[in-house]
Design a protein around this ligand. Structure first.
Ligand code: NAD
Ligand code: DAU
Length: 351
């Protein structure tokens, strides 16, 4: 049986990915997560309980832990999500980003290389990266493609760019079968509420301010997380080693428009008078070095692997807002910090 290692699967996209893969990939899913502040084992606790995934708490920078895991399971696929992922935090301090995103990726690449040297299986190392490595687009520029030059602007995107370069180098120098996926902004269930969409939804529910950075005219290309995960599964199935694939929703929206739309959805869901939540909107100081626009052209992925997004933001957003309402206790446990005790309650002392 095929064994897949999925790093960072207690986070937002990793959790959505294991849910999708557990439903049909036909592989044994082994999940590794350090459970940093962004890792929440509740996101996948039902899958662990049902025996659909094996969970191991550990750090991708820990060479012995990673090597032992490779020896134990003999993975043929690695899907690498684990990262420090929040741009604002990378501005406050880059250390954890450099450690996890760069060094941690190198540790995984070396473990895969050592483990796969002697075998001729159907191996693949899928590195999950971001559109932010390409920098910021002017309003009239064409969306990014696989050939766009690297121009990262934030400590986060610089650390992801460095990781992409390591993946490329391990393929070129050592022949490691790798794919790099560069995806745009995701939205959907289980997203940590420091990111724009869940933060605005939860603040609007509570009648708290909706803080929009600067003029709010910054543009992001939004993709439902399930569509991102389906793109990754398509790469695992039919992608070619050594390739990069660009993934995006062809759904460019200004932040201010997203926030206003969320306010309308929250009013409708909670039965508030029209315009009530929009009054919570506040323009606050801009993010330093804030990228103005991202957009992706996923034509290669569409042509080679037949991938198409199934969700569009306009019709998906009401369901996402409802999800955060129906999972209010999940969000409350994050906001109160109670989620940090979940692992100890389930498994006893910290590993
Ligand atoms: P997230 O912050 O929600 O989850 C990251 C997970 O990685 C957490 O569970 C955390 O505990 C784990 N982790 C962090 N450091 C670790 C370490 N040293 N060892 C083991 N586990 C560790 O992030 P996300 O939004 O789910 O993003 C997942 C990946 O996708 C990241 O690599 C990110 O760069 C990339 N990405 C995200 C988006 C997006 O819109 N969120 C878009 C494109 C690409
Ligand atoms: O583009 C892909 C990237 O998308 C991923 O690689 C990152 O991991 C992910 O965090 C995300 O980065 P962004 O910086 O685009 O996401 P964030 O949700 O932090 O912000 C989205 C936009 O909204 C951005 O222009 C900043 C703005 N913003 C964000 C917050 C949290 C606000 O105006 N107010 C806020 O309070």
């Amino acid at each position: 049986m095929s064994h897949w290692l999925i790093t960072g699967a207690a986070g937002f996209i990793g959790a959505n990915f294991v849910r999708l893969a557990a439903g049909g990939a036909g592989a044994r899913l082994v999940v590794l997560d350090a459970l940093t502040y962004a890792g929440n084992l509740e996101n996948i606790s039902d899958l662990i309980g049902d025996g659909k995934v094996d969970f191991h708490r550990g750090d991708i920078c820990d060479e012995k832990f990673v090597t032992d895991l490779f020896a134990r399971y003999r993975f043929d696929r690695v899907v690498h999500f684990a990262a420090e992922s929040h741009v604002d935090r990378s501005i406050l301090g880059a250390g954890p980003f450099i450690r996890t995103n760069i060094h941690g990726t190198a540790v995984l690449l070396d473990a895969a290389r050592a483990s796969w040297k002697a075998r001729t299986g159907n191996h693949l190392f899928l590195h999950v990266s971001t559109d932010e490595v390409f920098g910021s687009l002017q309003p009239d520029e064409a969306p990014f493609t696989e050939d766009s030059p690297y121009r990262p602007n934030s400590p986060y995107s610089a650390s992801k760019a460095a990781a992409d370069h390591l993946v490329r180098a391990w393929h070129h120098t050592h022949g490691l079968p790798t794919i790099i996926s560069n995806c745009s902004n995701n939205y959907g269930p289980w997203q940590f509420p420091e990111k724009l969409i869940p933060l605005m939804i939860l603040n609007a529910f509570d009648g708290r301010e909706l803080p929009v950075y600067g003029d709010g005219r910054q543009v992001r290309d939004w993709l439902h997380v399930e569509d991102h995960c389906r793109a990754l599964l398509a790469m695992l199935e039919g992608g070619r080693a050594g390739r990069t694939y660009v993934v995006g929703g062809a759904c460019e929206r200004a932040n201010i428009d997203i926030v206003q739309r969320i306010a309308v959805e929250v009013d409708a869901l909670l039965g508030r008078p029209a315009g009530a939540s929009a009054k919570l909107l506040r323009h606050v100081a801009d993010r330093p070095g804030h990228d103005r626009r991202y957009a992706m052209n996923a034509a290669v992925l569409q042509a080679e692997l037949g991938w198409r997004p199934r969700h569009d933001l306009e019709s998906a957003l009401p369901a996402v807002v409802r999800w955060y309402r129906e999972n209010r206790e999940w969000a409350d446990r994050i906001r109160s910090g109670a989620y940090l005790d979940y692992y100890e309650k389930q498994y006893g002392a910290r590993a």
